[in-house]
Ligand binder design. Structure first.
Ligand code: KIV
Ligand code: NA
Length: 266
C-alpha cells in the first residue's frame, strides 16, 4: 500500500473511495492500524478523556499532543497522522503556527482545529505556510461550555444553513479535509456533496467521504460516560484488536458503517 498523502485524500473523494480514520495515542495501536491499512490516524485531544480521564478535552496541552504524536509516528509508516490543536492553541495564528510546527516536527502530516469564524484566519495562515489543515465542524467538543454539553448541532434549517456556509468558508480558507461531528445525516450529506474537500464523519451519517471513531469507543471500552449513538463496538465481532480494526475498515469502505441506528435525523 502506498503512503497516504494530502493530495491522495482529494483523489479518494474524486474516485469515490471511502477514507478510514481512527484515533491513536501510542505506538502499539498505531502499528496495528498502519498494518490494517487505516488511512488516517488522529492524535485527538479526545486523549484528555480516554487516556487522561478528564470529563472533557479542555485540559489537553500542546506538549501532550506533541508527545503522543511522536509516539504514534514511530510506528505509523503508511497512514497520514493528523494532530489536534488543543483548546486555545489556535486562539491566534502565531500560537497555532508554533504548535503546528511542533506537531509536524513530531511526525504529523496535518493539523486539525475546531470551528470557523475567527478560526478562518488561522486556517488561512497555516495553509499559506505549508501546514495542511483539517477543519472540524458541528459538535466541536472544545465548545462544550457554550453548548452546555455534547449536543448534536445543525438541527433545523437555520442551523443547517449555517453549517453549510461554515463548510464553504473553511474550504475557501485552505482546509484540505473536514471532520463533521454530531450532525444530522442529511446535513452532512448536503455538505459532502457540495464540498470540494473530503468530509470525515463521526455521528454524521454514511454519506460522508470517510469515517472516524475514537479507538477506545470502537473497542467497546467503558468510558465512564454515556455511550453516544454513533459508537459501535467492533471488538465484539472482530475477535482481536487487529480484527476489530480490520472489520471497521471493511465496514466503512463497503458503506456498512455507520448504519441507520448510528445516525441522527434532522
Ligand atoms: O479528538 C478526537 O478524537 C476528535 C475526533 C472525535 C474527531 O477530534
Ligand atoms: Na479532537
Amino acid at each position: 500500500l502506498k503512503a497516504v498523502t494530502v493530495p491522495s485524500l482529494a483523489e479518494a473523494k474524486r474516485e469515490g473511495r471511502k477514507l478510514t480514520m481512527l484515533t491513536a495515542y501510542d505506538a502499539g495501536f498505531a502499528r496495528v492500524m498502519d498494518g490494517e491499512g487505516v488511512d488516517l490516524i488522529l492524535v485527538g485531544d479526545s486523549l484528555g478523556m480516554v487516556v487522561q480521564g478528564e470529563g472533557n478535552t479542555l485540559s489537553v496541552t500542546v506538549d501532550d499532543i506533541a508527545y503522543h504524536t511522536a509516539c504514534v509516528a514511530r510506528a505509523a509508516t503508511r497512514a497520514l497522522i493528523v494532530s489536534d490543536l488543543p483548546f486555545q492553541a489556535d486562539a491566534s495564528p502565531d500560537r497555532a503556527l508554533d504548535a503546528s510546527v511542533k506537531f509536524l516536527q513530531s511526525g504529523a502530516g496535518m493539523v486539525k482545529l475546531e470551528g470557523a469564524g475567527h478560526k478562518l484566519e488561522v486556517i488561512r495562515y497555516l495553509s499559506e505556510r505549508e501546514i495542511p489543515v483539517c477543519a472540524h465542524l458541528g459538535l466541536t467538543p472544545q465548545s462544550v461550555l457554550r453548548f452546555g454539553g455534547f449536543k448534536v448541532q445543525g438541527r433545523g434549517e437555520a442551523a443547517a444553513d449555517k453549517l453549510l456556509r461554515e463548510a464553504q468558508e473553511v474550504e475557501a480558507a485552505g482546509a484540505a479535509l473536514l471532520v463533521l461531528e454530531g450532525v444530522p445525516a442529511p446535513v452532512a450529506a448536503r455538505i459532502t456533496k457540495s464540498a470540494g474537500i473530503p468530509t470525515i464523519g463521526i455521528g454524521a451519517g454514511a454519506d460522508c467521504d470517510g469515517q472516524v471513531l475514537v479507538l477506545h469507543d470502537m473497542l467497546g471500552l467503558d468510558s465512564g460516560h454515556r455511550r453516544p449513538r454513533f459508537v459501535k463496538d467492533f471488538l465484539a465481532d472482530g475477535g482481536s484488536v487487529a480484527g476489530a480494526i480490520a472489520a471497521y475498515c471493511a465496514a466503512v469502505r463497503e458503506g456498512r458503517f455507520p448504519a441507520e441506528e448510528h445516525t441522527y435525523a434532522s
